[in-house]
Design a protein around this ligand. Structure first.
Ligand code: BGC
Length: 739
C-alpha cells in the first residue's frame, strides 16, 4: 500500500515536472513573438466596471487597449457575462493572450462567510479551508481566476481597520490559517473550481504607525522575520501562486520598490516562482512617499525591486518602454515578469480555453448551491465568541413566551455581509439572513418577538429609548444587538476611538434598569471597547460580522443548537491608550507583577492587562484539564517530546474546546516573549467525556530569529503551559533543551 502511494506520488511529481517543462517551452515560444508593447501590456492591470476598490488614476479606452494586447489583467469585473465580453476583446488581439480576472474574494463571493478575523476566532482550520474552497468555487464559476486573498498581515493594533481582513495578532495561528486558506482557494490550479491565491500585503503592513492605514512601518529585521514574515512563508509553502506588495514603507523603503523584500527574500531566499502584483496604485504612490521623483522613476524602482504587475497606476504602461530604450531596465527584467504572468495563465488552462471559467449554467448552479449556505451557517456559528454568561441566561429556552429583540443591528442585512463583501450588482441581497429572521425562524410561532430599534448605530438621538423600554417591559428576555456598521472596519477605516459608537451603551444602561435578563450581541469588524457593558452586563456574545448566514448562526447559538466555541484571535484592550497591546510581549527589566505600579513598566492610570485576552472564549459547558505528562524532561535538537493532557467535559452539554499550548524560552541571546502559542487542538467532547490529547514539541517550536537573522534554538529551560486562553493557564511544567 505504502509502496503504491509512493509510486503514485512519484508519478504525479514527474507529471507535474513534465507539464511545467512544456509550459515553460510554450511561454518561451510566445514571448519570442511579443513586441515590447505587448510585453508591457501583460504587466498592466486595470479596474473594470464594478465598484472600484481604490482611486482610479486614468481611464483609457480599455476596450481598444485590450484589443491591442495592452492589458494583461483586470479586476472588478464580475460575472461570466462580463468576463466573457472582455475576454472576447482579448481574443481579437494579435497574439490572443487571455486576460486574467482578479477580485477581492476575501470572505466569500455570493455566499459570504464571517469576516476573516471572525473566522480566525473559530480556530478551526478545516472550516477555514472549506470556506476558502467554497469562495473559490463560486468565484471561479463566475468568471474569476484569481482572488486577492488571503490577507496574512499580523496586527497588534485594533485601530487599524484592516484587522478585520486578517487572522489577528498571533504569528503561529496566523501561519496555520494562511496555509489553510491558500490550500482552500487553490485546491489544484487549473481545476475549474480553483482560483489563484494572492498573499498580501508583503510586508509588515499590519504594523502601520498609530494604526493609521497606509502609514509607515519601522521595525527591526529580527521582528520582521520573527513576527510578520512567517504567515507569508506558510502561504508560500501551501503553494500560493501570487503575492501582493503593500502600501507602507518599511524602514524607509516603500514595499513596492523594496528589493530586499521582493528580490532578496521572496524571489531569492524563498525561491518564489509566481508573480507579484502591486497594490492598487502603489507603484505611482512612491512619488507621494517621496522615494522617487516621478512615475518614470517609480516604474524603474518597482520593476527593479520585483513588482511584476502594475495594478491601476499606469506607470509601467507609460514608462517602461522608454526605460528599456534608455537601458535603465534590462529587457530580461521585463521578460522575467511577463513569463511569470504567462506561466500562470497557462497553468490555469486559459490558453486552451479562455472561456473555461465562463459557463453561465455552472455559475447559476454554484451561486445557488445549498451546500454553501449550510457551510456558511456552520462556520458562522463556530466564529461566535461567548464573552460572558455569568448567570447562565444562555442558551435561551425555546419555550419562552415573549422576547424583546432590540437594537440597530437586529434587522440589518448589509452589516452581516461585512467589509470586502463582493458587490454583486445583478443579485438582490434578500438571501442574507438578518438576526431577526434567524431568531424568528428558530422560535417559530411558539414565541412572540417584539422589536424596537432603540437608537441608530452612530446617532446621538435617544428618541427611540422609550419604545425600547416599553417593548422590554413586555418580555421575559431582552436580546440587544449593537455594534459598528459594516463600513467602519476595513480598508481606510482606521479609528482613534474604539468605543461603541453613538448612544448604544446608554441604551444598554437604560435597559439594564428593567432588571430583566439581557443578552448583548456585539457586531463588529474588530475589537471594540465597551467597558461599562463588559463590567455590568452578565451575558455578552461577540458576533463580529458573520456573513450571509449570520442570523441563522446567531439563533443557533442563542438557543443552544450550537454550543459556542470561538476564542479571540486578538487581544481586546481596555482603552485605546494601551494599544499596541498583545499577549506575547517581552518581560522588560521591571515587569509589573500583579499590576504593581511602583517604578514598574505600567500605566499609572490603567492596568496592563487587557479587557479580554488572546485565546479567550466561553462555552455552555466547562472543561477540566488534568494529568499533564511529558515523555521526557530533556531533549536534544533532533529529538521530540510528547506532551499529553486529559481534557474532561464537566458540564451538562456537548462542547468544543480549543486546547492551547504555550511555551516560554526562559533565557535567550535575544529576549523572548513571556508566553507564545506553539500549538493547539480543537476537540469535541460529549457531556462527561474525557479525551487524552497529545502535542509534539520539536526543535521548530523552540526556534527563533537571533540578531544575525539565523533561526536558532538555544539550550536551556522552557516553561510549558497548557490553557484555555493565554491568560487562563490550567497546567504547567518545564523541560530542558540540551546540547
Ligand atoms: C487593497 C488591496 C486590494 C486592492 C484591490 C487595495 O486598495 O489594499 O488589498 O486587493 O485594493 O481591490
Amino acid at each position: 500500500m505504502k509502496k503504491s502511494i509512493t509510486l503514485a506520488l512519484l508519478f504525479l511529481s514527474v507529471f507535474a515536472f513534465a507539464q511545467q517543462k512544456t509550459i515553460d517551452e510554450k511561454v518561451e515560444a510566445l514571448i519570442k513573438q511579443m513586441t515590447i508593447e505587448e510585453k508591457i501590456g501583460q504587466l498592466n492591470q486595470y479596474t473594470g466596471d464594478n465598484a472600484a476598490t481604490g482611486p482610479i488614476t486614468i481611464n483609457p479606452n480599455k476596450q481598444a487597449e485590450i484589443k491591442k494586447g495592452l492589458i494583461g489583467s483586470m479586476l472588478n469585473v464580475l460575472g461570466t457575462k462580463y468576463t466573457r465580453q472582455y475576454q472576447e476583446l482579448a481574443m481579437q488581439s494579435r497574439l490572443k493572450i487571455p486576460l486574467l480576472f482578479g477580485q477581492d474574494v476575501v470572505h466569500g463571493y455570493k455566499t459570504t462567510f464571517p469576516i476573516p478575523l471572525a473566522e480566525a476566532a473559530s480556530w478551526d482550520l478545516e472550516a477555514m479551508e472549506l470556506s476558502a474552497r467554497i469562495s473559490a468555487t463560486e468565484a471561479a464559476a463566475s468568471g474569476i481566476h484569481w482572488t486577492f486573498a488571503p490577507m496574512v498581515d499580523i496586527s497588534r493594533d485594533p485601530r487599524w481597520g484592516r484587522v478585520m481582513e486578517g487572522a489577528g495578532e498571533d504569528t503561529y495561528l496566523g501561519s496555520k490559517i494562511a496555509y489553510a486558506r491558500v490550500k482552500g482557494f487553490q485546491v489544484n490550479l487549473g481545476d475549474v473550481n480553483s482560483v489563484m491565491a494572492c498573499v498580501k500585503h508583503f510586508a509588515a503592513y499590519g504594523a502601520a504607525v498609530g494604526g493609521r492605514d497606509y502609514n509607515s512601518v519601522d521595525m527591526s529585521n529580527r521582528m520582521l522575520w520573527e513576527t510578520y514574515l512567517p504567515p507569508f512563508k506558510a502561504a508560500l509553502d501551501a503553494g500560493a501562486a501570487t503575492f501582493m506588495n503593500s502600501f507602507n514603507d518599511l524602514n524607509g523603503i516603500p514595499a513596492t520598490g523594496n528589493s530586499y523584500l521582493l528580490r532578496d527574500v521572496l524571489k531569492g531566499k524563498w525561491n518564489f516562482q509566481g508573480f507579484v502584483v502591486s497594490d492598487w496604485g502603489s507603484i505611482g504612490e512612491m512619488v507621494s512617499h517621496g522615494y522617487v521623483k516621478d512615475n518614470k522613476e517609480a516604474a524603474l524602482s518597482a520593476i527593479t525591486a520585483g513588482s511584476d504587475m502594475d495594478m491601476e497606476s499606469n506607470t509601467y504602461r507609460y514608462n517602461l518602454e522608454k526605460l528599456v530604450e534608455e537601458n535603465k531596465v534590462p529587457i530580461a527584467l521585463v521578460d522575467d515578469a511577463v513569463k511569470r504572468i504567462l506561466r500562470k495563465k497557462f497553468e490555469l488552462g486559459l490558453f486552451d480555453d479562455p472561456y473555461k471559467f465562463c459557463n453561465p449554467e455552472r455559475e447559476q448552479r454554484e451561486l445557488n448551491n445549498p451546500e454553501h449556505t449550510k457551510a456558511a451557517r456552520e462556520i458562522a456559528a463556530k466564529s461566535i465568541v461567548l464573552l460572558k454568561n455569568e448567570r447562565d441566561v444562555l442558551p435561551l429556552s425555546k419555550g419562552l413566551k415573549t422576547i424583546a429583540f432590540i437594537g440597530p443591528m437586529v434587522k440589518s442585512k448589509r452589516d452581516n455581509h461585512g467589509f470586502w463583501a463582493v458587490d454583486l450588482k445583478d443579485i438582490d441581497s434578500s438571501y442574507i439572513v438578518s438576526q431577526w429572521e434567524g431568531v424568528e425562524r428558530k422560535v417559530g410561532k411558539r414565541t412572540k418577538i417584539l422589536y424596537a430599534k432603540g437608537c441608530g448605530v452612530e446617532s446621538k438621538s435617544k428618541e427611540g429609548f422609550a419604545e425600547a423600554l416599553n417593548v422590554a417591559s413586555q418580555a421575559e428576555v431582552i436580546i440587544l444587538s449593537i455594534g459598528e456598521n459594516w463600513n467602519k472596519s476595513g480598508e481606510a477605516k482606521s479609528k482613534s476611538n474604539l468605543q461603541l459608537p453613538g448612544v448604544q451603551e446608554e441604551l444598554v444602561k437604560e435597559l439594564q434598569k428593567t432588571g430583566k435578563p439581557i443578552v448583548i450581541l456585539i457586531n463588529a469588524g474588530r475589537p471594540l471597547i465597551f467597558n461599562w457593558t463588559a463590567d455590568n452586563m452578565p451575558t455578552i456574545v461577540y458576533t463580529w460580522w458573520l456573513g450571509s448566514e449570520a442570523g441563522n448562526a446567531i439563533a443557533d447559538v442563542l438557543f443552544g443548537d450550537y454550543n459556542p466555541s470561538g476564542k479571540l484571535p486578538m487581544t481586546f484592550p481596555r482603552d485605546e491608550g494601551q494599544i499596541p497591546i498583545y499577549y506575547n510581549h517581552f518581560n522588560t527589566g521591571r515587569p509589573s507583577i500583579n499590576e504593581d505600579k511602583i517604578y514598574k513598566s505600567a500605566y499609572i492610570d490603567l492596568p496592563n492587562s487587557p479587557k479580554f485576552p488572546f485565546g479567550y472564549g466561553l462555552s455552555y459547558t466547562t472543561f477540566e484539564y488534568s494529568n499533564l505528562k511529558l515523555s521526557k524532561k530533556e531533549m536534544k535538537n533532533n529529538e521530540t517530546i510528547t506532551v499529553s493532557v486529559n481534557i474532561k467535559n464537566t458540564g451538562s452539554v456537548k462542547g468544543e474546546e480549543v486546547v492551547q499550548l504555550y511555551l516560554r524560552d526562559k533565557v535567550g541571546s535575544v529576549v523572548r516573549p513571556i508566553i507564545e502559542l506553539k500549538d493547539f487542538q480543537k476537540i469535541t467532547l460529549n457531556r462527561g467525556e474525557t479525551k487524552t490529547i497529545e502535542f509534539t514539541i520539536d526543535n521548530q517550536k523552540l526556534s527563533f530569529y537571533n540578531n544575525a537573522l539565523e533561526l536558532v534554538s538555544e539550550p536551556g529551560e522552557f516553561d510549558l503551559m497548557i490553557g484555555s486562553s493565554s491568560a487562563d493557564i490550567r497546567l504547567r511544567d518545564s523541560f530542558e533543551l540540551v546540547n
